[in-house]
Design a protein. Structure first.
Length: 340
């Protein structure tokens, strides 16, 4: 039985720790709950928002509609042989706990994605990625429910149109489907160890580990993340606030003349990615604090709420940052975080 509450404080439901209210709020624990919910007038008539861990969202005002908190849980092996397995995971499961569960079973594939906040269902929407691995590398398929008809569909990996922090669920199909579960393709042996990302190599060397395993990679990632990224349970934040901008090679050649020390990575499709954190740091923002909000001192790509900061002020700070990057480098920064 669905219980729709009114006028609910959202501070504990978003990792930025923003105080905003939802006009209506409910929790779903199963697909049956969703089936029941979509028949209710409040679901049909109100603006709605599905919320996972609230770790990639900035509330700039109260939400004048229905927030649906996803708490669908459960994991099941759907297929396996000696080498691989397909693991189906319900979308409300916590992402990092899933990574830890896989490590305990010695299942490889998602260890580089350790300590990313949020839920399993949110992970494919923005194709989470870190330290050389993206969610798309391990997704077999995504099971979705049409929020108008209640019909279930399965999207295979190609149908999800994954890109850098992008998927079809963020673009053409935005708000059309609820992700109910994700099936991951994982290795049981001969794990592919992704240690090419500079920081991982350096950390593994420092730690002088006897053998590189999926566990030591995860440990290294956790160490790096803890040293650079603020813990949302201590300081409000939503990870990278902006995406790293992608330039064509011609644009890059022109812009690099502004500062020849500009770091960059070439991508598969012959474009060039610039670390937004570097651009923001060059504009003097790193570590800047304005009352209760600011730019993290170890990673300029992360905006933080030190206490009772409000979402509108954080958004305003982000527009000032983007406009100074535009003025200095002629590069437009796009937000990674969903602004509501
Ligand atoms: N840098 C600076 N100053 C800064 C921050 C970064 O100069 O304040 C430069 C440095 O040159 C550094 C480079 O940026 O070597 C890359 O920094 P980092 O390894 O921290 O990665 P990032 O590009 O800033 C991306 C993801 C992170 C992910 C890391 C590691 C995006 C938008 N962000 O950050 O993802 O953890 O790579 O793979 O792609 C997130 O999406 O929320 C997130 C944290």
């Amino acid at each position: 039985m669905i219980h729709v509450q009114k006028n609910i404080q959202l501070k504990s439901f978003n990792t930025f720790g923003i105080k905003a209210h939802a006009r209506y709020f409910c929790v779903i624990h199963s697909e049956q709950d969703l089936e029941e919910l979509i028949k209710l007038p409040v679901f049909k008539n109100e603006k709605r928002l599905f919320l996972g861990g609230g770790s990639n969202i900035l509330f700039t005002k109260d939400f004048d509609g229905l927030i649906i908190k996803n708490e669908l849980t459960g994991k099941a092996i759907v297929e396996q042989d000696e080498d691989r397995l397909l693991l189906n995971v319900k979308s409300g499961e916590n992402w990092h706990q899933l990574v830890m569960f896989c490590l305990k079973n010695d299942w490889g594939g998602i260890e580089n994605l350790s300590l990313i906040p949020g839920t399993v269902g949110a992970a494919p929407i923005q194709n989470i990625g870190a330290y050389g691995v993206e969610m798309k590398d391990v997704i077999e398929n995504v099971e979705v429910i049409n929020v108008t008809s209640g019909a279930k569909t399965i999207f295979n990996n190609a149908a999800c149109s994954f890109g850098y922090r992008e998927s079809i669920f963020k673009t053409q199909l935005k708000e059309k489907y609820f992700i109910s579960s994700v099936t991951l393709s994982l290795t049981k042996k001969n794990h592919q160890l992704n240690i090419n990302y500079g920081a991982i190599k350096d950390t593994l060397l420092q730690q002088q580990v006897a053998a590189i395993t999926i566990q030591t990679i995860s440990d290294a990632v956790v160490k790096i993340r803890k040293s650079k990224l603020p813990d949302p349970s201590l300081v409000g934040n939503a990870g990278s606030f902006f995406k790293n901008p992608t330039l064509t090679y011609d644009e890059f050649t022109r812009i690099k003349k502004i500062d020849t020390s500009m770091p960059y990575y070439t991508t598969e499709n012959q474009s060039v990615k610039i670390p937004a954190g570097w651009l923001i740091e060059q504009c003097g923002w790193k570590g800047k604090r304005i009352n209760n909000i600011g730019v993290h001192q170890h990673q300029a790509l992360v905006l933080v709420n030190y206490g009772d900061g409000n979402g509108e002020d954080i958004f305003e700070l982000s527009t000032q940052i983007a406009s100074s990057v535009k003025d200095k480098f002629d590069i437009i920064l796009a937000t990674e975080v969903n602004i509501v």
